[in-house]
Design a protein around this ligand. Structure first.
Ligand code: DX5
Ligand code: ZN
Length: 223
């Protein structure tokens, strides 16, 4: 499949949120990436339901909601009601991950699990068939504009190899420090969904940057 681009709203201008949402609508982007941070799971607070509903009001593409919160199981239904198409919870935040994943699917959303940079992909072996997406964090979660951690490439390769046996359609999303400089190698490693905050919103032309990322041709997938 052609890779997907998910601009991260965290890097948008919140005083001009409608304008930035409409920019993404009119771009070649596939999803809106929506980062929810609670100040406990990560050392930062982003926004909650009122802002997410404001995004949903104008967004014409699926909302890819990344929950960087403790006890995500308490909020699955509300995020689904607020318009999430994909809900991703952190492996590190869920004692009963299988139950949380089930509840995401029952709520009618695609289910994703995110891994912090130190969490091995092998821990997902038994839950992989139940997931739609794995989000590999390529920075420590909490902030936009950080530098990509190179070991992410090894994790993506290992995960794609595991998925080729257990779940060939698995979406592998990479989040943090992604841009034109590392997109090709990430695609070749087996990832197919790319979050981009700073790369898009700090670009001279966000529309052109999204188009360049979307249309990058990484050649034959070397899996
Ligand atoms: C970080 C967030 C990311 C962030 C990415 O905790 O999960 O989605 O917005 O921003 P960039 O692309 O600037 O690293
Ligand atoms: Zn994110």
């Amino acid at each position: 499949m052609k890779h997907l681009i998910a601009p991260s709203v965290l890097s948008a201008d919140f005083a001009n949120l409608q304008r930035d949402v409409e920019m993404i609508n009119s771009s070649e982007a596939d999803w809106f990436h929506v980062d929810i941070m609670d100040g406990t799971f990560v050392p930062n607070i982003s926004f909650g339901f009122p802002v997410m509903s404001a995004i949903k009001k104008y967004a014409q593409k699926p909302l890819d909601v990344h929950l960087m919160i403790v006890n995500p199981e308490h909020y699955i239904e509300r995020f689904a009601e607020a318009g999430a198409a994909v809900i991703t919870v952190h492996y590190e935040a869920c004692t009963h991950l299988h139950r949380v994943v089930q509840s995401i699917r029952i709520a009618g959303c695609k289910a994703g699990v995110a891994l912090n940079p130190h969490t091995p992909v092998s821990l997902l072996k038994d839950i992989l068939p139940d997931l739609d997406l794995v989000l590999v964090m390529s920075v420590n979660p909490g902030f936009g504009g950080q530098q990509f951690i190179p070991n992410t490439l090894n994790k993506v390769r290992e995960l794609r190899a595991m998925a080729s046996l257990l779940h060939p359609d698995l979406l592998i999303e990479v989040d943090g420090g992604v841009g034109l400089h590392n997109l090709e190698i990430l695609i070749q490693s087996g990832a197919n969904v790319f979050v981009a905050g700073n790369a898009v919103f700090a670009a001279a032309s966000p529309l052109d940057m999204i188009a360049d990322m979307k249309n990058l041709d990484a050649g034959i997938m070397k899996l």
